[in-house]
Structures are given as structure tokens and as C-alpha cells.
Ligand binder design. Structure first.
Ligand SMILES: Cc1ncc(COP(=O)(O)O)c(C=O)c1O
Length: 364
């Protein structure tokens, strides 16, 4: 019998699929890591205590399949009912469930560009199509274009990534009025923003909000996210999730984090303060930076000649890398290629970053 190639056995759409490229996770401690929007502060000490108290012997048992205690805590935090909450293995899991359950109705999944680059990959995994609506450079929400989008599911990131620009509820409500599909507002960074769309949930059952513990709660390593939506939407998402999608350890850690709101408020406050300070410092260099409502900047560096373009951004990326500072560059598109996305670190990390930025300016 002829040897069958594995690539002939894989589904054709998976053969063509380009996987998501996560930001680099270096193993050494010596890096200043500002490339994946993690929180620079550790999680609440209550999280460590709760994990330590988790009796090792309980790990032989499966976790609560519906993460019920955590669901109730999330619901209480947002003054919702627990049947309006679903917990996931990171918000990536939730986004996956949304696309699995609702993607493709109307022909495609609607997205804006730039936004979270995982969305098209998740659509690709389901063999779906995307309908992409591009922002203009000023990053105003293209409401009229979204109106004409035929998709039954539209994914909007607010505040947006990688730009950091937030969209007010007035704009989001306009979309809900003119677009007849499910509108997902990915609020991964909302704890650093002015406004959340949660208030709109009561009036718009077609709204879904996704959230994560990875950024503001400093728990990227534990992988917990959630969605807030109508009980009916949650019911459909529940049908398509893995039965034990959130580990015992993760449920315990996230619950402890949510219960320590004092710690949460203080770290989020520190990050916002640092962000606001360095937003001004970057502007003082006469570099363009979008007004950030997140824990990162989308910054367009200029060389001494005052030029800003992909080559300049790439040269700064390499310079920072050579100084053990990791940031993110999204090449290949004019809306992103002249920029670097830089996570807000601790005050001392930001000071070092700023010094290195200043020294780079004298070299180019
Ligand atoms: C816009 C956006 N949504 C969702 C996520 C994923 O979050 P999680 O760690 O909960 O999967 C990220 C992570 O960077 C993100 O930037």
C-alpha cells in the first residue's frame, strides 16, 4: 500500500490555516516584558493563599463543570443573574464558543481591522468566512459600514487592541440599533477604560460582553475569562463548550481574585497612573500615540529626521530587543506597521524604557 501523507488526511481548511502567533514568552528573568499586555504586578496575595489551601487530594476529582461559585461571584460583581454568565478557559475559549455557536449565520463573521488578530484564526478553524471592516487612521468606529455588514455575528474590541482606543456606549448602542446580528464587545481591557457596555445588556439581548482575568486581575497564567449575555445566548454557548472547561485551580484562583476588590482597584489605579504619565512623555517627544484606555500604548516613533514609517518602527523594535525590552510590532498593514504596541509596565520599567527610547533617538 502507498504511504498516505498526513497532509492528505487533514481537513482542507486546516491544511491552509495559519495559526495565531502569540507574543514571545522568553524564559529568562532579565527581560522587560512589554509585549503581551500582562499586568506588571503580581495577583492578589489572596490568590496564592487560596491555591495553597486547595487540598491536593481534591485534584483527583473533576472541577465543577459550570464553575458555579465563580459564576455567581461574577454575576454579583456586575449586578446580573448567574444565568447571564459563562466562564471559560480564558476569554479566548469564550470567543471560540461564540464563533462555534453563532459564526457563519449570514455568511460570515464580521470583524473590524485592526483588532484582536486571533478572531480570524478562530473563524478559520470553523471553516468560516470573515467580513472585515477597516478603520481609518483616526480609528473612529465605522458605524455606517457595520450597518451594511450582513453577518449574524460581529466582533468588536472595545477598548480596541492594538490601538487602545475606547468606544463610548453611545456609539455601541448605535450599532445595536442598526445591526441585526449578535454584537460581541470584547472588553478584555475595559477595567482600564472610561466606560463598559454592561449597562446596555439590560436593553439589548443581542449584546454579548467578553471579559478576562488575564489583564486587570493579573492572572494570564491561570486562563480564566467569561461572557455576560442574555440567558438564551448563554444557554447556546453552554451547549458547545467542553464539559470541564475551567480547571479546579483556575476557578479557585479567579474566585479569590474577584473577592479582593481592594487589591484589584489599587493595581488597576497604579497602571492607569503610569499610563497617563507616559502617554504625556511620549507626546512630548512629538510622537503620535492613540489616547489609551487600556494597559498599553500604540505608539508611532519618529527618528531624528522626524520620519515615521515601518522601517523606523522596526529599527526601534530591534534596538529595544537588543536592550532586553520586548514590545510588539504588527507589520504588513499601513494602519499598524509604523507603530509599536507597548504594555504599561511598572514605574521603574517605564523609566528604563523611556531612557532607552531617548538613547535610540540619538542613534537614528
Ligand atoms: C482583545 C483581546 N481579547 C481577548 C484576549 C485574550 O484574553 P485571555 O487571556 O482571557 O484569553 C486578549 C489577549 O491579549 C486580547 O487582547
Amino acid at each position: 500500500m502507498n504511504e498516505v501523507r498526513i497532509s492528505d488526511l487533514v481537513q482542507p481548511h486546516i491544511r491552509k490555516l495559519e495559526a495565531y502567533t502569540p507574543g514571545h514568552q522568553p524564559s529568562g528573568e532579565e527581560w522587560i516584558k512589554l509585549n503581551t499586555n500582562e499586568n506588571p504586578y503580581p495577583p492578589s496575595p489572596k490568590v496564592t493563599e487560596a491555591i495553597q489551601e486547595l487540598a491536593g487530594s481534591t485534584l483527583r476529582l473533576y472541577p465543577d463543570p459550570t464553575s458555579s461559585r465563580l459564576r455567581e461571584a461574577v454575576a454579583a460583581l456586575h449586578s446580573l443573574d448567574s444565568n447571564q454568565v459563562i466562564i471559560g478557559n480564558g476569554s479566548d475559549d469564550i470567543l471560540n464558543l461564540l464563533i462555534r455557536a453563532f459564526g457563519g449565520v449570514g455568511g460570515a463573521v464580521g470583524l473590524s481591522f485592526p483588532s484582536y488578530s486571533l478572531y480570524p484564526v478562530l473563524v478559520g478553524i470553523e471553516n468560516g468566512k470573515t467580513e472585515v471592516i477597516e478603520f481609518q487612521r483616526e480609528m473612529a468606529l465605522p458605524i455606517e459600514q457595520i450597518k451594511n455588514c450582513s453577518s449574524g455575528l460581529f466582533l468588536l474590541t472595545s477598548p480596541n487592541a492594538p490601538t487602545g482606543v475606547g468606544f463610548g456606549n453611545e456609539k455601541i448602542e448605535k450599532i445595536l440599533k442598526i445591526h441585526s446580528g449578535l454584537l460581541v464587545v470584547d472588553e478584555a481591557y475595559v477595567d482600564f477604560a472610561h466606560e463598559s457596555a454592561i449597562d446596555l445588556l439590560r436593553r439589548y439581548p443581542r449584546l454579548v460582553i467578553t471579559r478576562t482575568f488575564s489583564k486587570s486581575y493579573s492572572l494570564a497564567g491561570i486562563r480564566v475569562g467569561y461572557a455576560l449575555a442574555s440567558p438564551e445566548t448563554i444557554g447556546f454557548l453552554d451547549r458547545v463548550r467542553d464539559s470541564y472547561n475551567v480547571s479546579r485551580l483556575s476557578q479557585t484562583a479567579a474566585l479569590a481574585a474577584i473577592e479582593d476588590q481592594t487589591y484589584f482597584q489599587s493595581t488597576v489605579g497604579k497602571i492607569k497612573e503610569t499610563r497617563n504619565k507616559y502617554q504625556v512623555k511620549f507626546q512630548e517627544k512629538d510622537w503620535f500615540v492613540y489616547p489609551s484606555q487600556t494597559n498599553f500604548f500604540f505608539l508611532e516613533p519618529k527618528n531624528v529626521k522626524g520620519e515615521a514609517n515601518e522601517e523606523v518602527a522596526k529599527s526601534l523594535f530591534d534596538y529595544l530587543y537588543s536592550h532586553k525590552i520586548l514590545v510588539r510590532h504588527f507589520g504588513s498593514h499601513v494602519l499598524t506597521s509604523s507603530f509599536l504596541r507597548i504594555t504599561v509596565g511598572t514605574e521603574s520599567e517605564m523609566q528604563i524604557l523611556n531612557e532607552v527610547l531617548n538613547s535610540w533617538q540619538t542613534t537614528v
